[in-house]
Design a binder for this molecule. Structure first.
Ligand SMILES: Cc1ncc(C[n+]2csc(CCOP(=O)(O)OP(=O)(O)O)c2C)c(N)n1
Ligand SMILES: [Mg+2]
Length: 329
């Protein structure tokens, strides 16, 4: 049974992700944030629904669209915003940017610019967790497009054969850049003839379930069983979460491959609105409590922007510190 505190904490994390992403969209448009940025707005229920089961010592691997995973894991948003600005006070001292935020302290093994690269990292972390004992679990977030990467398929196989404590979370936001990757049944398949990753998991002997990824409580319930399986040493599971990204693939994407009507349809199923309705209807929260939490999230993001803008860039002399690049190679 979820307590009121836990439910409101989940709500707060969702609105904090949304506030962060909406602000980053504005800041990017104003030219304040350099580099590539992929926003998670619309997909909040997936990260929060799953990560709400994790405890200290568990790990996640992430994607190029990693801000939501970071915030749900408890990465400090000031450090995240400074990282996006390329500042010295960033989570990775400004050297990683949006696509490479990692914070091992909270179990966040890193966003990743290489699609599918989280799979092998999750296998490694889960092998370590199994070896150490103690019931640690690893969650591997990956997109629908990533499911067609060889490394991800090999990771599913390795996890199954070694009975690793991994929850593979597919964030099926309907697109891999501009292509419908898996779920389209009406169109001629251009990427894969598989209709769902959940079906494909069966071939690996991995229990899987398809989940409404816009409903945080549905994700939470599905993840509960998967995380418990992992902790009990029963091996991996896969959650195929149907969701949608509100912004383009990356900031600056002209989005010619989808219609405004399609975006509006999904926005009607907004995960935050849906959760609000449930919290109000069940008497867990009042409008006043929810709007206070939204205000608190907006303030936290304001503070993060102030912090980022007031922070220095790394010195040119530090170009080769805190990175793995060998300048003489
Ligand atoms: C190995 C590799 N191949 C291709 C790319 C280029 N690329 C970046 S994101 C992306 C699509 C990923 O789609 P999906 O896994 O569905 O994630 P989403 O962006 O929808 O969250 C591609 C092909 C890459 N970064 N890495
Ligand atoms: Mg996708």
């Amino acid at each position: 049974m979820l307590t009121q505190d836990k439910l409101l904490d989940m709500y707060y994390r969702m609105v904090l992700i949304r506030a962060f992403e909406d602000r980053v969209h504005e800041l990017f448009t104003q030219g304040k944030i350099p580099g590539f940025v992929h926003l998670y707005a619309g997909e909040e229920a997936v990260a929060v629904g799953v990560i709400s089961h994790l405890r200290r010592g568990d790990y996640i691997t992430s994607t190029h669209r990693g801000h939501g995973h970071c915030i749900a894991m408890g990465v400090d948003v000031k450090g995240m915003m400074a990282e996006l600005y390329g500042k010295k006070t960033g989570t990775c001292r400004g050297k990683g940017g949006s696509m490479h935020i990692a914070d091992f302290e909270v179990g966040m093994l890193g966003a990743n610019g290489i699609v599918g690269a989280g799979g092998p990292l999750a296998v490694g972390a889960a092998l370590a967790a199994k070896y150490k004992g103690g019931g640690g679990v690893v969650v591997c977030f990956a997109g629908d497009g990533a499911q067609n990467q060889g490394a991800v398929l090999e990771s599913l196989n390795a996890a199954a054969i070694w009975k690793l404590p991994i929850v593979f979370v597919v964030e099926d936001n309907q697109y891999a850049i501009s292509l419908r990757s898996l779920s389209s049944t009406k169109l001629q398949p251009r990427v894969s003839t598989a209709r769902s990753v959940a079906e494909r998991a069966v071939a690996f002997g991995i229990p899987s379930v398809t989940v409404d990824g816009m409903d945080v409580l549905a994700v939470y319930e599905a993840a509960k069983a998967a995380v418990e399986r992992g902790r009990a040493g029963e091996g991996p599971s896969l959650l195929d979460c149907k969701t949608y990204r509100y912004y383009g693939h990356f900031e600056g994407d002209p989005m010619v491959y989808r219609s405004v009507e399609e975006i509006d349809e999904w926005r009607k199923k907004d995960p935050i609105k849906l959760f609000e309705e449930k919290l109000l209807k069940s008497g867990i929260a009042t409008q006043a409590i929810l709007s206070d939490l939204r205000r608190k999230a907006a303030l936290e993001v304001d503070e993060a922007v102030k912090f980022a803008e007031g922070s220095p860039y790394p010195e040119p002399s530090e170009a080769y510190t805190d990175v793995f690049t060998d300048p003489y190679y």
